[in-house]
Design a protein around this ligand. Sequence first.
Ligand SMILES: [Zn+2]
Length: 484
Amino acid sequence: MKVKKLCKIAAFVLAAIVIAGCFTGCKESDDIARSKYRITAQIDTSDMTALALCEIDYVNNTDVELDEVWFHLYPAAYRNGARYTPVTAAEIDSAYPSGVSYGGIEIRGVTGGEYEIGGLDEDVLIVKLPKAIMPTQRVTITVDYKLTIPNMRHRFGYENGTINLGNWFPVECAYDGGFDASPYYSNGDPFNLPVCDYDVSIIAPTEYTVAMPAPAERKEDGDKTTTTCKLDKARDFAAVLGKFDTVSQNTAGVSVTYYYTSDDKAEEHLKAACDALSYFSSSFGAYPYKSYSVVQTAFNQGGMEYTGLVYVSDAARDKMITEIIVHETAHQWWYGIVGNDQVKNAWLDEALAEFSTTLFYRNHPDYGVKYTDRIADAMGGFSLYCELSKCSDTSMDRSLADFSTPSEYTYMTYVKGQLMYDSVLNFIGEKNLVAGLRNYATKCAFSTARPDDLVACLEQTSKRELKPLMSGYIDGTAKLYSFN
Ligand SMILES: [Zn+2]
């Protein structure tokens, strides 16, 4: 996610040791079997609800026998009375311009096992299997559910003519010695998802275009149109409904489309998406999908990433639109292709998405943003934040639950991340850093990386010991300034 706070930061600031080998815990992508999701949803725009059926061909990707399977019910966070709400109190005005509104998910039936609703906030669907499944075995589970879409500018919500379907279906909880049932923290992007295959059909009034993350088929039947697409090896699946204008271009074999509601520089922003996709493909490895959709929509932060599709806030203006597009495009590699636990190690994708944006500008001087200015802004912002907040803990690697404020999360994750990568670049050079990131993107493709995997891949490529340098930043043990 590109947080809006960063606009404020920018405005505020303007006032050799050879490593013999390397170990990464990432599984090669070919080793990972994937669950398959077939979802059909009928959207009723008269009351902003949807009836949906999600058929899951679930694969036991663990090394233990499973007698139950857990699924996140993220839309439950949008209900009245949720303990973990999608936005903080400070964001209520920007998230709910038309007044507070609630949504939710109602499970109407499950086949494939008995079920119960659990988790920390009645936000997990637990399906108890009639017969346990062994590792690599599959089971079919079908969930019949009803969504109520809240009137809000968020991942899941509608406002200003667009309907965001993000994190909108039951999705399997990652398993690492137990199912990860992390709730919907308002900080960051509270997700930890394996890659899966998707086949999604959305039935909506014909007047709406449904922006999808992959080439879609539209079948019109009077006032209803079904839009269908398939997307394999995806970290998630999101769609946005709206009455869009579009511009498209092919770049590096990928069809890039910008869906927009109001933008007099649409061609320029399409070019930014193409330039970013092309630069990151040549730097970190080819973008593995056929299409890429950038969608201008109602969103209370800057932008939001999903595989093959990103949101750009309709409130963003001018150069901020370009920056959001580049940042969210970088997430196609950091979050999408290389996954990470965004609850426990949020910095792993956010710091890289932010620094990749800085690298993009460094290699595209025609965009008029200087590398040195971005690093100076980060340095000035971080030092001022630390001085004013008297922060005693500057560790980056903590759970979303352990950041006391959204500002602390932003400064420790995005801003300090920029400074860490700038130090690494100064130590090993841009060429080695980019080659190391390409190594990381290759070794950890379609897997869930850990911080040690990243450090090991950078060390392997550069043949330099980087752990002491990076750990100082990550653990907060290095003192960057005299007052922290
Ligand atoms: Zn981000």
